[in-house]
Design a protein around this ligand. Structure first.
Ligand code: ADP
Ligand code: MG
Length: 212
């Protein structure tokens, strides 16, 4: 079975809850190598998204993603706002008019989000950013298509890969964003943006495993 529009809405609600539950954790990570606001930024953004949901949850997936993108752009602030805004705006372009997503659709959508984030933030793999969690997640989805994995297994593998990418940010020296101002002192801390990206992708695997 595909991922239906209502499954997408359920994912967004789950992300909002998980971001709220992990707000303090994300902010703690950001206090080590940034300015201690990533959790509060993301929580504010997803609270605004939840307030918007009633207006858009009967629309197509593209409209839902685009509206989320614009909402995050205008509410999250910092580096995360434009980057997560771009993530959902690009996803919205790829899924325009769709009422359901196949594994291939979701893969294309997340790949477009990754390209958007890279185009906007100019981060490369290994720069200790959200790109380090998102890239392996997209790669795992693509590989799952080649290997004909069912949707639930593909999503779980994508979340596992994001988790490994997130964990691998710890020893890295940051080369983008605020953390890069610390130079070598940024090593030894997990990147907050890679962590929020992982949480979002794990939520997708958990919420959508029923649809597969
Ligand atoms: P700010 O750094 O402006 O306070 P946040 O704390 O909300 O913004 O977000 C910080 C996160 O944003 C970092 O942990 C990193 O993952 C991500 N980030 C910062 N700059 C970039 C960039 N140029 N490309 C991709 N991700 C980035
Ligand atoms: Mg910050």
């Amino acid at each position: 079975m595909p991922i239906y529009r209502d499954d997408v809405v359920a994912w967004i609600k789950s992300v909002a809850e998980i971001i709220t539950q992990n707000s303090r954790y994300l902010t703690e990570l950001d206090s080590a190598i940034g300015d201690a606001d990533h959790g509060t930024n993301m929580e504010r953004g997803f609270k605004a998204v939840i307030n918007k949901l009633p207006e858009i949850s009967d629309k197509d997936i593209g409209t839902i993603f685009k509206t989320i993108g614009m909402t995050l752009l205008s509410t999250v602030g910092g580096a995360g706002g434009p980057l997560y805004g771009t993530w959902f705006l690009q996803a919205g372009v790829k899924t325009a008019g769709k009422m359901e997503l196949t594994l291939a659709d979701w893969t294309e959508s997340l790949e477009a989000s990754l390209s958007g984030v890279i185009m906007r933030g100019k981060a490369e793999l290994g720069d200790k950013t959200m790109v380090d969690a998102l890239t392996p997640a997209v790669d795992a989805l693509k590989q799952s298509i080649t290997e004909n994995r069912p949707l639930s297994a593909a999503l779980a593998l994508s979340a596992d890969s994001a988790q490994k990418g997130m964990e691998a940010t710890t020893p890295l020296v940051a080369r983008k964003g605020r953390a890069s101002y610390l130079g070598e002192r940024s090593a030894g801390h997990q990147d907050p943006g890679a962590t929020s990206t992982y949480l979002m992708l794990r939520a997708a695997a958990d919420v959508w495993k029923e649809s597969a």
